[in-house]
Design a protein. Sequence first.
Length: 434
Amino acid sequence: MIIEDKIAEQIPAWRERVKRLVAEHGSKKVCEITVDQIFGGMRGVHVQVSDISYLDPYRGILYRGYTIPEVLERLPKAAGSEYPLAGGLYYLLMTGEIPTLGQAQEVEAEWKVRSPVPGYVLDMLDALPQKTHPMTMFSHAILALQNESIFSSSYSDGLRKPEYWLPTLQDSLNLTAKLPAIAAYIYNKKYRNGLYIAPDPQLDWGANFAHMIGRSGEWQYEELTRLFFILHADHEGANVSAHVSALVNSALSDIYYASSAAMNGLAGPLHGIANQECIRWLLDLRAAFDSFPTEEQIRSYAWDILNSGRVIPGYGHAVLRVTDPRFTAQLEFGRKYLPDDELLRLVMLVYDVLPGVLSQYGRVKNPWPNVDAITGTLQYAYGVREPDFYTVLFGVSRILGLTTFAVWSRALQKPIERPKSMTTSMLENLVCEG
């Protein structure tokens, strides 16, 4: 397979590069850790190396060095589409190279062959209570697929360490191929009385999700799914879901264990569920006024929230110091296809007003919107109006990056993660002695 061949070509040079860094500079300190950072969730501490993506404070997320606008412009697109094929993005993440249309289509073809979901996984989802959260269902489904792990069976058969990455790549392709169908099955079970729609072999990975939830032929929503899955694919190597996945993967747990664990982290309110909070906040804002609010009404509404000690979701970011380019890409989509949508107009008005309020408030490092500030609005506009499901869509995309990192971790033979902890007394003595 073309991705496997490309990675195999690159591995010797990458292994030598890492080996040389450790041998020549292994004792050099990269950063100093403060007590604030130890008790503050290790914020700002460099704990991971990832060449898959990097979050630049002023350029946004870079996939293999390419900005979001560059990725959207340069990656191959489906016939008649303005947005890239997810198969092309996966090729870029895995190999570091912009693919040709043929190379992107080869990944898409691989996914189609590998896409059928085993019946026992669907039976397991059917057995869960109807009220089960979609993210719980999603994590269960991924974990249930562990029975299919090629890495686990190969490891039991005596797989050599330099070859760990090969079955990990196969597992990654098998898992990512099934994600749109699993997500669609969960959506239909939860919100459409269990209706099942088979994938369309003529559609690409992103558009097929739209088809499988009953949006067949709705080309605008197909375009939105293509865009969404590109924008959420990775976000550096040390956010919660990425770090959890890397940690579990480092124990030589297979990609299903690692990805399920990552989704459990993504399901937290301080991580992936933020997109749900944003759409709910926006709906509450609209409901607070009899007619479409004015700038002054929004300004007053925002100040009331801030003065009460609450936060406004979707604005601010731990790293970014500009408007999130992923927000901008979705805003451009909305302006083109949904110019009269009331909630989108509200998003734009909030965007005009809120940064000034937050700047005046003075307790926010970044007053600009992040990707979550608009994600739910676009889904809502096309009839996907169940906020609890939005994080599943996030997860479908994010596993593209997580699995890429796992493959390269195995290729570079990274060891198990085992940081050290200390007691509070030890830390107190250390600080006092210093």
